[in-house]
Design a protein around this ligand. Structure first.
Ligand SMILES: [Zn+2]
Length: 272
């Protein structure tokens, strides 16, 4: 599932590829992929709008369009966005095809069909509940500790909660908790200020490294960038999907457990 580094990589690609492009027509092959407005309205009214910028908020792609509206794409489990020539064969999992006036197309494909597209003049209506951006300059370690200390729950589900912090998913939560030496089931409100600071820096470092490597593509997942290339971060993961293999710090076998419904990887020695 694409998380902050994968969506950031896509946003950077799409900004380079699509700024200035204009929508010529839209084909909706799976209407439920369009959450807002109706698929019919999108098809009728989007053509003629120009893409002015592309950015990211949490795990959402944000395409800023002419006329002060935004096209938001939430990839969820398996969504992909690719820019390709109109002559390329159409992916069998294509759900929405955005034809561009310059002859290319932006394809939204999604094998598992959980991804959603929103076109709205009020992006806040969709994004308003998201917590702070972990890489923003104005998000501080002190902010983070204050947020955590208000919760009695375990760290892992809390970090996955997009209203607490935007952008983390299963992979980078496990990686950040390992980097900080904190057990996934540790109660958030028992963290010292120093531990909170450690986790804050671990999250930022893990995300920045993964962005540097253009995201994580695992064998059974289909994350690709906007031009169909996989990310390079999988080989740098330190605990995720490494159950039974020695911890890179202490040699203890990495353990897998389930927290909530999510497979969770940790070192029982480094994260006791
Ligand atoms: Zn260890």
């Amino acid at each position: 599932m694409p998380e902050l580094p994968e969506v950031e990589t896509l946003a950077t690609d799409l900004r380079r590829l699509l700024t200035g492009a204009e929508f010529k027509s839209v084909e909706v092959l799976w209407p439920r992929s369009v959450a807002m407005p109706t698929a019919e309205e999108l098809v009728r009214q989007l053509p003629g709008h120009q893409i002015q910028d592309v950015s990211r908020r949490g795990k959402f792609l944000v395409l800023s369009l002419s006329g002060s509206s935004a096209l938001l794409i939430h990839l969820r489990m398996s969504g992909r966005v690719r820019v390709e020539p109109a002559t390329a064969p159409v992916d069998s999992h294509a759900r929405v095809i955005f034809h561009l006036a310059d002859g290319r197309r932006m394809l939204f494909s999604d094998p598992r069909k959980f991804g959603r597209i929103y076109w709205t003049a009020d992006a806040h209506c969709v994004l308003g509940d998201l917590g702070p951006e972990p890489l923003d300059d104005d998000f501080t370690a002190c902010d983070f500790w204050t947020r955590l200390s208000a919760h009695k729950g375990a760290l892992k589900p809390l970090l996955l909660n997009q209203t607490v912090l935007a952008g983390l998913g299963n992979i980078y939560t496990d990686e950040a908790l390992f980097a900080a030496g904190l057990h996934p089931l540790r109660k958030a409100n028992t963290l010292s200020v120093a531990e909170g600071e450690r986790l804050y820096h671990a999250i930022r470092e893990v995300l920045q490294q993964a962005i540097w490597h253009r995201g994580t593509t695992l064998d059974d997942e289909r994350y690709q960038d906007a031009e169909g290339r996989p990310g390079g971060h999988a080989q740098h993961l330190r605990v995720y999907r490494r159950a039974g293999q020695p911890c890179l710090r202490c040699g203890t076998p990495i353990q897998r457990t389930v927290v909530g419904t999510r497979g969770t990887y940790f070192c029982p020695h480094c994260q006791h």
